[in-house]
Each structure stands twice: as structure tokens, then as C-alpha cells.
Design a protein around this ligand. Structure first.
Ligand code: ADP
Ligand code: MG
Length: 321
């Protein structure tokens, strides 16, 4: 055996073996690394998914907490409203009794004053009596308003033409001093479909709203009334718009409350509350939009076919206006 052969037989395996082991160890190490890396990625994905789930759960929790808070707020509002209604109901009963007690002697005093006026010729004395009569009439009309509000009679329905009813109401008020130098526009189309409603109640509502508009509008301003049939619902919408003082946002929530008035000493604060009661008894709605120093729009929505809790007019043909 040559030296070279001996060398290759002894030393080559001794050199190759560690290399082989090194190679195997490295490849095992590499595989393990890859496996661990995959596991790490997997755990990272899992962690991210859990985080997303946690975020979603947190959002849901916040949403529920918010909803619960809103529900609690609504509950408190309803409770306050209920207490308010109960207060009004008690007040209405009290007021009805008081109204009767006051109105009867008042009417007696009024007729006595009217007789006295006939027999008096002294101008100064006549003026005094006239002032007493005006005061007594004002008390009487406030009482009537109060009774109307406290015990609204169910509407007596008949087939009415809104355009005619509105035109007739405008005739009643157009010569009032409070409308002097103010433009009163009737934009109600004459071809509106007829509706079933209580003509007296609706006329009183329009009168109240037009007078409010006139009182709020300065000379040179405009008050207009318009109406149209809504397309997809069987409703008619009537709008009374003025270019008056508008209603401040802190006043707006109170205007439908009985006796609420900003016209100290001049208003009864019953116009809007009675109008609201009448429109509700027709299954309608009344809404007020207002911008201070620009004006106010009152929108009334009335169903074309009322099935309100109402009485039918006995003699329908006479009620058509
Ligand atoms: P009154 O007219 O006797 O004050 P209402 O019930 O008719 O009572 O109106 C209540 C309040 O609503 C008024 O005092 C006024 O402040 C406000 N208001 C109603 N309509 C208008 C309007 N068109 N423009 C400005 N304010 C209005
Ligand atoms: Mg009024």
C-alpha cells in the first residue's frame, strides 16, 4: 500500500465526517428555524386576529353603553313628559271649573255694561265703559280659549275645500290694523283635493297662525300661505310663512305649551296650544321652523282621508266651505 493510499484511507474520512455532521446539523438547524419562524408568523396572525376581535368587542361594548345611556335619557324624558301631562290634566280640570265660575257672572256684567253704554252720552264716561267692555270681552275670550284647550271637542268632519276655507279666513283678517303695510299672499292652489275636516277648528287654527305671523312681522314684511298635496303619501301640507322676528332657539321648545307667551300683557299663550290640539285631533301634525331676524314657517300636515276620532257632520252639504 502506497503512502497516498494510506493517507486517503485514514485522513479523508476523518475530514469529511465532521463536515458531514456540520452540514447535517446546519440543515437541521435551518429547518428548525424555518419551522419556528412559521410558528411565530402563525402566532402573530393569531394575535392580530385576537386584537381585531377585541377591538370589535370593545366597539360593540361602547355602542351598547351609548345606546343604554340614550335609552335612559329617553326614559327620563318620557317620565318628565308624563309628569308634565299629569300636571296639565289636573290644571285643565281646575281651569274648567274656574272658567265656568268666572264666565257666568262675567257675561252678566258684560250685558249690564252694554246697557249702560246705550244710556250714557257723556263721552268720557262712554270711553270708560267701552274700556270695561273690551276688558271683559278679553277675559271671556281667554276663558273660551282655555275651555277649548282643556276640553277639545272631537272634530265634526265634513267635506271641505281648503282653498275656500283659507280664502274666507284671509277675508276675516285682511283689514285688521295689525296687517297694515304688510303683504298678505295667498298661494293656495284652487285645485287641491277636498279633505274631510272640521271647518271651524281649521279656520281657528289658520286664524291663530296668521295672527301670530302678523304680530311678528314688521311693516313692509310679507306673510304668505301656501299648500300642496304630497306625492307619495296621502297628505296635504299647508305652510304659513312670515318674514318676521323669528323665534330664538331657547324659546322654540316652549311655544306649544299652554299659557306660554312672549307678548307680555297682550298674549294669552293659548293660540298654538289650541292649534296643536286641533291638528292632532285631525291626525295631523304641526311643525315650526324659525330663523331669528329672518322669519318663521309653520307647516301643517293633514291626512287626505281622516279617520280621526271624530263625529260626522249631520248635514254635510251645509258644512262644505
Ligand atoms: P300668543 O300669541 O298669545 O303669545 P301663541 O300660543 O299663539 O300665544 O304663541 C306662543 C308664542 O310663540 C308667542 O308668544 C311667540 O313668542 C311665539 N310665536 C308664535 N308664532 C310666531 C311667529 N310667527 N313668529 C315669532 N314668534 C312666534
Ligand atoms: Mg297667538
Amino acid at each position: 500500500m502506497g503512502v497516498a493510499t494510506l493517507f486517503s484511507e485514514l485522513y479523508v474520512p476523518a475530514l469529511v465526517l465532521p463536515l458531514l455532521i456540520l452540514f447535517v446539523v446546519r440543515s437541521l438547524h435551518h429547518n428548525e428555524l424555518q419551522r419556528l419562524q412559521k410558528e411565530l408568523e402563525h402566532s402573530q396572525n393569531f394575535g392580530r386576529q385576537r386584537e381585531r376581535e377585541r377591538d370589535l368587542a370593545q366597539e360593540e361594548l361602547f355602542r351598547r353603553l351609548y345606546e343604554e345611556r340614550e335609552l335612559n335619557k329617553e326614559k327620563l324624558q318620557f317620565q318628565a313628559q308624563l309628569a308634565e301631562y299629569e300636571k296639565y290634566a289636573a290644571l285643565a280640570q281646575l281651569a274648567l271649573g274656574a272658567a265656568h265660575e268666572i264666565n257666568n257672572p262675567l257675561l252678566g256684567m258684560l250685558s249690564h255694561l252694554e246697557l249702560e253704554l246705550k244710556d250714557t252720552h257723556d263721552p268720557e264716561r262712554r270711553q270708560e265703559i267701552e274700556q270695561c267692555i273690551a276688558g271683559a270681552r278679553r277675559i271671556s275670550s281667554t276663558l273660551r280659549g282655555l275651555v277649548d284647550y282643556a276640553r277639545p271637542t272631537p272634530p265634526v268632519l265634513s267635506r271641505i275645500s281648503l282653498s275656500r276655507l283659507i280664502a274666507d279666513t284671509l277675508i276675516l283678517i285682511e283689514h285688521q290694523p295689525m296687517l297694515r303695510n304688510k303683504l298678505l299672499c295667498n298661494r293656495v292652489p284652487s285645485d287641491l283635493p277636498h279633505i274631510r275636516a272640521d271647518a271651524n277648528q281649521l279656520s281657528q287654527v289658520f286664524m291663530n297662525l296668521l295672527l301670530n305671523a302678523a304680530e311678528a312681522t314688521p311693516e313692509g314684511g310679507t306673510i304668505s300661505i301656501s299648500a300642496n298635496q304630497l306625492t307619495f303619501v296621502d297628505n296635504i301640507e299647508i305652510r304659513i310663512t312670515d318674514t318676521g322676528s323669528g323665534i330664538p332657539p331657547d324659546v322654540l321648545p316652549h311655544i306649544f305649551k299652554p299659557f306660554f307667551t312672549t307678548k307680555r300683557g297682550k298674549g294669552t299663550g293659548l293660540g298654538l296650544s289650541i292649534s296643536h290640539a286641533y291638528i292632532r285631533s285631525h291626525n295631523g301634525e304641526i311643525r315650526v321652523d324659525s330663523v331669528v331676524n329672518h322669519g318663521t314657517t309653520v307647516t301643517i300636515t293633514l291626512p287626505l282621508h281622516t279617520n280621526a276620532n271624530a263625529e260626522e257632520s249631520k248635514d254635510e252639504s251645509q258644512m262644505v266651505v
